[in-house]
Design a protein around this ligand. Structure first.
Ligand SMILES: [Zn+2]
Length: 184
């Protein structure tokens, strides 16, 4: 799976989770088994991955659909309402946790399991991105059949594709269409 956001971008957790349903793959479901969820948690530094089971997998997949619906929502107020509902249900309470010599802000209350932490943290980082950048910076890739999502941190705010690969694919398709004399 391609990493879609810049390394170190906190919102990558939410973006990468939504993009574990990847329509460019023969089998779009990238969270097929519990082991896939464990690997995802491990990649994103969420500890305790060994303890997750099939219920966690089902829960994370269902949450992923709700998170995608925030990107797909065409109305800004409704998108905010959806995200607020996710924050509330996930119990995403800001908490200071040790981070080397300093402290980091995380969003999970108390001793909850890794899938609950993933859900709370992914809801929170997306809400932070919306409040910091604006809702219009949430996007869905324009290079069909890809439906991966992204958060546009570019200066111009005109990003249309989830990754370099899709941008290149779209450019090639447009070039071929022009050569055929199609109007693009
Ligand atoms: Zn794409």
């Amino acid at each position: 799976m391609i990493q879609f956001q810049q390394p170190g971008d906190p919102v990558a957790l939410a973006v990468d989770l939504v993009n574990t349903w990847d329509t460019l793959e023969a089998q779009p479901e990238l969270l097929r088994e519990v082991s896939d969820l464990r690997a995802f948690l491990g990649r994103h530094g969420i500890s305790g991955a060994a303890g997750v089971d099939g219920r966690d997998l089902a829960r994370v997949r269902a949450f992923r659909e709700e998170l995608r619906s925030v990107f797909a929502e065409e109305d800004e107020d409704r998108a905010a309402m959806r995200l607020n509902a996710l924050l509330e249900r996930s119990g995403a309470v800001p908490q200071l946790v040790p981070d080397g010599d300093s402290w980091a802000l995380r969003h999970a209350p108390g001793p909850v399991g890794p899938s609950a932490r993933l859900i709370a943290e992914a809801s929170a980082v997306l809400a932070e991105a919306v409040s910091g950048l604006g809702w219009e910076r949430l996007g869905i890739c324009s290079a069909a059949p890809c439906t991966c999502v992204f958060v546009d941190r570019s200066r111009s705010g005109r990003r249309r594709y989830c990754c370099r690969l899709c941008a290149d694919r779209a450019a090639t398709a447009a070039y071929r269409a022009r050569r055929r004399g199609d109007t693009v």
